[in-house]
Structures are given as structure tokens and as C-alpha cells.
Ligand binder design. Structure first.
Ligand code: TIU
Length: 220
């Protein structure tokens, strides 16, 4: 075990049972013209974390620890997109509409690709998920069970939507979860701060949070 300085206390990282899960670092959320921007958001806060996420991915690759990537995406016929999701709000473009990076949030379109700085290497698992949570209608649970992974280090976007939803799903399934502050971001800084606080409150009710330098130093 390697003790990572974290909140609410040290995270006991097990090199034999840990994986990094990078949530939805896809152009749809991080670049102008995608789903995030269509909802009225300024994406620059998210673009800014690409180097930190890349550093974290690099650390796991250097250690030989697994890296898992996710993408929020729907089938081209939108059969896996509930109308309640597609019709929500008043976006400038809805899921499935053609945009500057292809159809919004549709699997295989340019906007659905993970940004270059965080791109998966051959052999790394990429989970396409129709929901906000990474476990809903995916094989992630089975994959983690097969490979003996019991701890998940979380990164990606957005902190309070897909990252937090996935982390809560993982926590309920018995995984020990650690969120890295510099490697996650929200369109709303106050939501990021609240999410970090609520995760590690009450003795780590949904998991742990740590800083990237603390993790880097502890595993060096
Ligand atoms: N809108 C928003 O903040 N997030 C999402 O819709 N999906 C993810 O967080 N990936």
C-alpha cells in the first residue's frame, strides 16, 4: 500500500488493484461548438485542465497501472437516448443535431473523440456510455471484476455531473474512489468546490480527494 495524502485522510493506494478512470475528456465538452457549448457554457475552464489530465495519465502509464477512458455518447439512431434527455432545456443544438464537429454527442462523430492530449493508447479500454454514470448500460462493472480492480482514481469532466455520478456509482459497488483536484473541472467553479467538499465530508462518504502533486510525490 502507498498512503496518498488526501481528504478526509490518507488514501491507501494498492498498486495491484488500482486503475485511473478518465471521464469524458471528449471534444463535445472541452472544445467550442460541442454539447457543452450548446448548453450555453464557456468551455475554456475545461480546456485548461488538459495538461493536468495528461500528466496524470502519463503517471499511470509510467507505473504500468491501467488507464480507462469514457465517452458520453449515443448511437446514431439515438435509440439509447431517452427523449427526456434530448428534449431537456433550450440548447442551441440538441443531441443528434449537426454541429461544427459533427452530430452532437453521437458515437463516432469528430466531436465525440477524446482530445488529443488525453487520447487513449492502443490497448487502453474506452467505455462508451449513454448516461452520466460510467456504470449505467456499460460493461465497466464486469470488466473491473475480471481484472481485479478495486480502486478507481477519477479525473475528467464535468466534476459535478459525469465524474460525480460515476464516482457515486463506483462507491456503491464497493470501489475505493479518489478524485484528483487539478484533473477535473466544471463549467461552474462553485459546483466543483462543492463536489470536492461533499465527496470527502462525513469521513469520506463517497470517497477521497487529493491534489495531483501529492499523488505524484507519494508514488514517485
Ligand atoms: N453538462 C455537463 O456539465 N456535463 C455533461 O453533460 N456530461 C458530463 O459531465 N460528461
Amino acid at each position: 500500500m502507498i498512503d496518498i495524502p488526501a481528504e478526509p485522510g490518507p488514501f491507501p493506494l494498492d498498486p495491484a488493484a488500482v486503475a485511473l478512470i478518465v471521464i469524458d475528456m471528449q471534444r463535445d465538452f472541452v472544445e467550442p461548438g460541442g454539447f457543452g457549448a450548446s448548453l450555453g457554457n464557456d468551455v475554456s475552464r475545461l480546456t485548461a485542465i488538459i495538461p493536468a489530465v495528461a500528466d496524470l495519465i502519463g503517471l499511470f502509464r509510467q507505473k504500468g497501472w491501467p488507464v480507462i477512458h469514457t465517452r458520453e455518447s449515443h448511437l446514431p439512431d439515438l435509440s439509447d437516448c431517452p427523449p427526456a434527455k434530448r428534449l431537456r432545456g433550450k440548447p442551441s443544438l440538441r443531441i443528434g443535431d449537426p454541429g461544427p464537429m459533427g452530430r452532437i454527442l453521437v458515437r463516432g462523430e469528430p466531436g465525440n473523440q477524446i482530445v488529443d492530449g488525453c487520447a487513449p493508447l492502443p490497448g487502453e479500454v474506452v467505455i462508451d456510455k449513454p448516461g452520466k454514470g460510467a456504470f449505467y448500460k456499460t460493461n465497466l462493472d464486469a470488466l473491473l471484476m475480471q481484472t481485479g480492480i478495486r480502486q478507481l482514481v477519477f479525473a475528467g469532466v464535468t466534476t459535478e455531473v459525469c465524474v460525480q455520478t460515476s464516482m457515486r456509482e463506483a462507491n456503491d459497488r464497493g470501489f475505493e474512489c479518489l478524485l484528483v483536484e487539478e484533473a477535473t473541472e466544471s463549467y461552474f467553479p462553485e459546483f466543483k468546490a462543492a463536489t470536492l467538499a461533499m465527496i470527502h465530508a462525513q469521513g469520506g462518504i463517497v470517497g477521497w480527494t487529493c491534489t495531483l502533486p501529492a499523488l505524484q510525490k507519494a508514488v514517485a
